[in-house]
Ligand binder design. Structure first.
Ligand code: ARG
Length: 461
């Protein structure tokens, strides 16, 4: 028969465009196993409320497991004229498998409102585990490279102007620090996603005193949503996930942008592996960093979907309204985009070649102007004064057309008498980076400490 599960009070038929506008099975079918797990837990709990006999429960469980198999083997036959979403499709099929007499009891006291919220939280919780795993993989590569390539020194930039020498590892660990925060954040988000709304019913709660805690436990949730209306009304757990992922993609986009710049012929600090580049259909010499550009581009889509979902939710009255169905597709796309992006980033970083000789060549003596000022600071001159003196040395070098480190001692002393012979030792990039040994700095020991901090975070610290 063609009646919908909720068809009792309806007489006319639904506009065909409305049917396809309303249906969600084309995308929420990915929740088939979560839906079935949730139904089994719900049915089991209802053997204790007296709604189901043990025999009825066994039948429901057997039927649901068969439905599960049909989805897995791709033999589940969707009936588009009646199957509105994954919940109605599974229940319709269960009735065909075990008979409507028993199947018709499953939904007692339950609503698709608590059902969909449960399915989404189960699905998202498991996928957040995967995303966390991808993020850990990425951070492992960052830490390993940082350790292996600790000798490479390159220009550090502010305003994209050469600023001070830094270790290449120090640059990598800046992102290591960003992504470590993202790792800590996803763990916090997961704890809030992983709470159970089952038993909330349509909004007011369960009238048969079902054991919500037992269901939550069976489904592996860390706790309950303590208000039935809250359980069905919000998609904050999706929004929070997308805010998390947006922040991650904000970091990822900057990482990609840096590497795009560093891979240009003008910089040539790094070279992208062929596996993550593409050519030009016109210009034979081109090798384009498409992987990095897609990371940067996809971050825009992630932010947009996050903002879109917040706009969908912000004005709806309590509790469940169909608007909430609009949270499903963004969630699915978000998880896929962020998961793919993390894997691509890991691939790019593990196959990237660095060109330490080009990094060195890009260093210029004026990047040591701060070190020159610090030389006089060590002789007791106030920094504001040394800053000015060092600035005059920069100006003199420009005037006589020599790099700063090629000025003679006499020329330097012409600017300030307190420069002595050992001032020439300032003009050493290695020495400059090694000076910065306070925590968080770019000296070897400080960088090693940062690597340890990333590793500690990876293991949950
Ligand atoms: N497909 C729906 C969703 O994703 C399921 C809930 C429908 N509930 C209802 N009362 N119409 O939101």
């Amino acid at each position: 028969d063609n009646t919908k599960l909720w068809g009792g009070r309806f007489t006319g038929s639904v506009d065909p465009v409305m049917m396809q506008y309303n249906e969600s099975l084309t995308f929420d079918r990915v929740f088939y196993s979560q839906d079935i797990r949730g139904s089994i837990a719900y049915a089991r709990a209802n053997t204790h409320t007296g709604i189901l006999t043990q025999h009825e429960f066994s039948e429901i469980e057997r039927g649901l497991k068969q439905v599960q198999k049909e989805w897995e083997n791709n033999t589940f036959e969707v009936r588009p004229e009646v199957d509105e979403d994954i919940h109605t499709a599974n229940e319709r099929r269960l009735g065909e498998v075990i008979g409507k007499e028993i199947a018709g009891k499953l939904h007692t006291g339950r609503s698709r409102n608590d059902q969909v919220a449960t399915d989404m939280r189960l699905w998202l919780r498991d996928h957040l585990d995967k995303l966390e795993g991808y993020l850990v993989d990425f951070l492992r590569v960052i830490a390993a490279r940082a350790e292996k390539e600790i000798e490479a020194v390159m220009p550090g930039y502010t305003h994209l102007q050469r600023a001070q020498p830094i270790r290449w590892s120090h640059w990598m660990l800046m992102y290591g620090s960003f992504f470590t925060s993202d790792l800590q954040r996803i763990r916090e988000v997961k704890a809030r996603v992983n709470r159970c709304p089952l038993g909330a019913g349509a909004l007011a709660g369960n009238p048969f005193n079902i054991d919500c805690e037992a269901m939550a436990k069976e489904l592996g949730f860390g706790g309950l949503i303590m208000n039935s209306m809250a359980g069905v009304a919000d998609r904050d757990f999706v929004v929070e996930t997308m805010q998390w992922g947006s922040m991650l993609m904000m970091h990822m986009s900057r990482w990609a942008e840096d590497l795009i710049i560093y891979s240009t012929g003008e910089f040539a600090f790094v070279q992208l592996a062929d596996a993550y580049s593409t050519g030009s259909s016109l210009m034979p010499q081109k090798k384009n960093p498409d992987s990095l550009e897609l990371l940067r581009g996809k971050s825009g889509r992630v932010f947009g979907q996050m903002a879109g979902l917040m706009m969908s939710v912000k004005g709806i009255p309590s509790t469940y309204n169909k608007d909430l169905q609009e949270s499903v597709e963004p969630m699915l796309d978000h998880v896929k985009t962020v998961g793919d992006s993390l894997q691509i980033a890991t691939g790019v970083l593990s196959t990237l070649a660095i060109r330490p000789e080009n990094m060195l060549k890009a260093l210029t003596p004026d990047m040591l102007a701060t070190d020159l000022a610090d030389y006089l600071v060590r002789k007791g001159v106030p920094f504001r004064e040394t800053h000015h003196i060092s600035g005059q040395v920069v100006a003199l070098a420009e005037k006589v057309g020599k790099p700063m480190d090629k000025l003679s001692l006499e020329e330097l002393q012409g600017v300030d008498k307190r420069f002595e012979k050992n001032v020439m030792e300032v003009f050493d990039y290695q020495k400059s980076v090694e000076m910065r040994s306070a925590k968080g700095g770019t000296s070897k020991s400080a960088v090693m400490e940062q690597i340890e901090a990333v590793k500690t975070a990876l293991s949950g610290g």
